[in-house]
Ligand binder design. Sequence first.
Ligand code: 6MZ
Length: 369
Amino acid sequence: MESFRSMPKVELHAHLNGSIRNSTILELARDLGQKGVIDFLDVEHVIMKNDRSLVEVFKLFDLVHVITTEHSTITRITKEVIEDFASENVVYLELRTTPKKNDSIGMSKRSYMEAVIQGLRAVASFDVHFVPQTKQVASSFNSQFMENSLNGSAKKKIYVRLLLSIDRRETTIAALETVELALEMRDVGVVGVDLSGNPTVGEWDTFVPALSFARQKGLRVTLHCGEVPNRKEIQQMLDFVPERIGHACCFCEEDWRKLKALNVPVEICLTSNVMTQSVSSIDVHHFADLYRAQHPVALCTDDTGVFSTSLSQEYSLASSTFGIDKADIFDLAYKAISQAFADHKVKDEVRKIFSSAKGQVSSMDRIDP
Ligand code: 6MZ
């Protein structure tokens, strides 16, 4: 486990509100309990439960969203999530979150995202690089937030890029609003959009206008695809040819053929898929076939908090389950850099970090076949 912790890693599929520390969720819930907003005893067991079905996961997210309503809380959890990934040597993180609007507390999708950006700035123990250096000061977001990204170079560096998620409960108009916001925030590291949320809710057609608009404007698109069996939607999503997809659990032969022909990279979330029973057990996970076929894949966490995992743990799990030695896990992470949505300059920088760490993974780590 220690060698997976110390190797540089690339995280491409992590949801902000799914990656909150358990201790933080409990503290916030206890606080809201004392204020009479929620009944702490009612929610404690929901938070602490370890094995969750997909349905229970989305009930938990509804609860988490009640607990994390405040702007200051969004800032705090963003800071902590970045610190957690950086301390386990994730050197490139694409963090996704769903901008939320809540009129009763004066929250707009924009102010929600401002709170996220404040969280990136608040990290003091690592050098968080999130503003593309090539961009001129062009927006209020940029001029406000440029400073932190350019200093602190002596600290360990983590490159962070953001994806704005569209929740499958949203309308076409709401989805378009999120894309507009993503476009406005390109100067502060937003590189793309994601479609996520309860896979049994919503219709693909609702989101096509927003996703097509995003693409037309140069944002990259990743889709949660095939978390539940839905032949028609899987085909429609693949026909859209997103830059990446997440999960791909419930594919049939024809879907695999199409995916492989299109060479669309897959964000693999082993623990999440097994816990939510989207895959019946780890040893039959489709990662094995995709890996053997040399299809582009990236090992990811999905929700470190909800599934009590970390990226080091996912690397270790892939290694022990599928007999992949540490040097090959290192190569897998290295290859994931090319699937990142950041620009070439950032990818080159991340590759340099990998190159200087390569000696760490010695030939001793190779397992004879
Ligand atoms: C689909 C998921 C997910 O956006 O509030 N989310 N959507 N499948 C999954 N696999 C289990 N895990 C997380 O983070 C939480 C939101 O991310 C999406 C859901 O929409 C969830 O509400 P944010 O930061």
